[in-house]
Design a binder for this molecule. Structure first.
Ligand SMILES: Cc1cc2nc3c(=O)[nH]c(=O)nc-3n(C[C@H](O)[C@H](O)[C@H](O)COP(=O)(O)O)c2cc1C
Length: 271
């Protein structure tokens, strides 16, 4: 994938499609890409193309396509983050082909999707996406939904990213060469646009945290906010790599004090 910055900036959730079937060429490219997606946790995600009619899939917010992709992963530690990373790779790749997607975790008849994915006992399907070419005009439902969750907005840079400790906001200026990768994190999609990712830059490392939104408890069977963090890690990793840096992924809590609603997830050491 090339030009991650453009892909991230131009991506938005697409819920209204123009009805055209995905070309055989795009279909083949997507399938080939799906086979080779990796994430820093080394946990495999399996993807599957699914037809709505064949499997009885219903998603009331989506119009103009019958095509979906689901992803499944083993229920192991860090599976949600790994899933978020891998599935976002697919989302960005689809974007590079001019194909619209929308992360779907809630607004669907989930049992039908899970049945279509043929989950085994130890597997789960955190999310799926619809797939197709973007319609010129959004449905009324989609535009109302976007307004309600302020989907075109993000929190300011300084309220998401910190300099050495959570008491010191990081400005874009002070972030230097990390400003762009962190800005790409800022524009990541997240469930209900809650933007739960936080990062502290300290001693040439970037430490990622999840700040739980109220009502998004961590004990759910499906932890959408951990999926959000995986998406953030993906945007960060792809951007720094494109800028020629070689980040090293580690899970080593640096012990930076934080509040009760915040949990440490993982770090990138910038060598
Ligand atoms: C983990 C996850 C789950 C989501 N679930 C849904 C969903 O069930 N239905 C839906 O319409 N959008 C869903 N979204 C899309 C978000 O609402 C959307 O990404 C956010 O509002 C930001 O808008 P944008 O993607 O256009 O930038 C989900 C996003 C993520 C990351």
């Amino acid at each position: 994938m090339e030009n991650i910055k453009e892909l991230v900036k131009n991506r938005r959730s697409v819920r209204t499609y123009d009805g055209r079937v995905i070309t055989a060429e795009d279909n083949a490219k997507l399938c080939a890409f799906m086979e080779n997606i990796k994430n820093p946790y080394g946990i495999n995600v399996q993807f599957k193309l699914m037809n709505a009619d064949e499997h009885g899939l219903k998603c009331p917010v989506v119009v103009g396509t019958d095509l979906y992709i689901g992803g499944k992963i083993k229920r192991v530690p860090s599976a949600f983050e790994a899933f978020g990373y891998s599935f976002e790779m697919l989302v960005l790749y689809a974007q590079s082909l001019g194909i619209g997607t929308v992360w779907l975790g809630g607004t669907m008849n989930r049992p039908a999707y899970e049945a279509a994915m043929e989950l085994s006992e130890d597997e789960m399907m955190p999310c799926a996406t619809s797939l197709g070419y973007t319609a010129n005009k959004m449905s009324l439902r989609e535009s109302m939904m976007r307004k309600a969750i302020k989907a075109d907005e993000r929190f300011p840079f300084e309220s998401l990213f910190f300099d050495g400790s959570f008491d010191v906001p990081l400005t874009e200026n002070a972030a230097g060469e990390l400003a762009c990768p962190l800005e790409m994190v800022r524009w990541a999609p997240s469930a209900v646009n809650k933007q739960p990712w936080r990062a502290v830059v300290q001693d040439n490392a970037v430490h990622f945290y999840l700040k739980r939104s109220s009502g998004f408890g961590g004990h759910d069977k499906l932890d959408m906010q951990k999926v959000d963090i995986g998406i953030a890690l993906c945007h960060f990793d792809l951007t720094v790599q494109e800028l020629g840096m070689k980040p090293i992924f580690v899970e080593e809590d640096p012990g930076i004090p934080h509040d009760e609603s915040t949990v440490y997830i993982a770090s990138y050491r910038m060598e």
